[in-house]
Design a protein around this ligand. Structure first.
Ligand SMILES: [Zn+2]
Ligand SMILES: [Zn+2]
Length: 283
């Protein structure tokens, strides 16, 4: 049953891609464009700040209500539920850029085939179903239910868009959700192919400013592989000094901290960051 429910996710995402075609007939006015942009930003933040930095890496602590609300919004992205997401992301970190990595652009195949596999193809491969689901997420009945019924929140948001502005707003929702999917997926693909590597991580992870821009800070992926539990990913080393980089997700989490919704933020010391920096330029 779990496999069947999870399998609905990629079907929904294909329909969402096709739904962008509605805009050919309706056009995209300013109000619908603003709706699409707002949905993109809110759901990207939920994916980066909640799914990735909180649920998967525990880079800060948060009340249960933040977990539930954040995961509900992240689930409405149509990018699967919290158990599935965390399982694959941990698999990625554990076996990065090897055959056991769920979505490496370099293994088992490289080149264009690898790029396609990491961007979307792996959702239609035997890698799709996680080998093991994370015990902590599974132990929470609310998150577990959300994980299994993950197709309902994005459907509800599609319905709401339609109710608010007809087919044009439904098309705007589809566009927002499609671009959001490819934005998040670019961390798996582009940020393991193109960019610089200021840290010695022994894998292909890279810092890519364009990926960081569209993912609100997740493109500083080489730092993330060096310090997975760091709530701040916008850190690098230049001329022997630690420098900060734009990281809107970190700023958002700091805002949550100010509101009492986040605490115990984990950031590596400058000394630790400098110790992981490459001492010789990459050949
Ligand atoms: Zn990675
Ligand atoms: Zn990660």
């Amino acid at each position: 049953m779990r496999h069947f429910l999870h399998s609905l996710g990629p079907v929904f995402m294909i329909l969402t891609h096709l739904g962008c075609g509605l805009l050919v007939f309706t056009g995209l006015g300013p109000a619908a464009a603003l709706w699409a942009l707002s949905l993109y930003l809110v759901r990207m933040l939920a994916t980066t700040a909640i799914y990735h930095r909180l649920v998967t890496h525990g880079s800060y602590q948060a009340p249960r209500a933040v977990w539930w609300l954040g995961c509900l919004i992240a689930t409405s992205s149509g990018q699967m539920g919290p158990s599935w997401w965390k399982a694959h992301h941990l698999q990625h970190h554990r076996h990065v850029d090897t055959d056991l990595d769920s979505h490496s652009p370099l293994a088992p195949r490289a080149g264009w085939q690898g790029a396609w596999h990491s961007q979307a193809g792996w959702l239609f491969s035997k890698e799709f179903h996680p080998r093991q689901l994370p015990a902590d997420v599974e132990a929470d009945p609310v998150l577990r239910l959300m994980d299994r019924l993950q197709v309902l929140p994005p459907l509800a948001l599609a319905w709401l868009s339609w109710q608010l502005g007809g087919l044009e707003w439904l098309g705007a929702y589809c566009l927002s959700t499609t671009v959001l999917y490819h934005g998040v997926a670019s961390v798996n693909s582009v940020a393991h192919l193109v960019g610089d590597q200021p840290f010695d991580t022994g894998d292909a992870s890279r810092n890519n400013r364009w990926v960081a821009l569209i993912t609100l800070g997740e493109g500083w992926h080489n730092l993330h592989h060096a310090f997975q539990a760091s709530v701040r990913q916008g850190l690098t080393v230049e001329d022997g000094k630690v420098r900060t980089l734009p990281d809107p997700t970190y700023r958002f989490i700091r805002l949550m901290e100010g509101l009492g919704w986040a605490r115990d933020l984990r950031v590596p010391s400058d000394r630790a960051v400098l110790a992981r920096a490459r001492t010789t330029p990459r050949p």
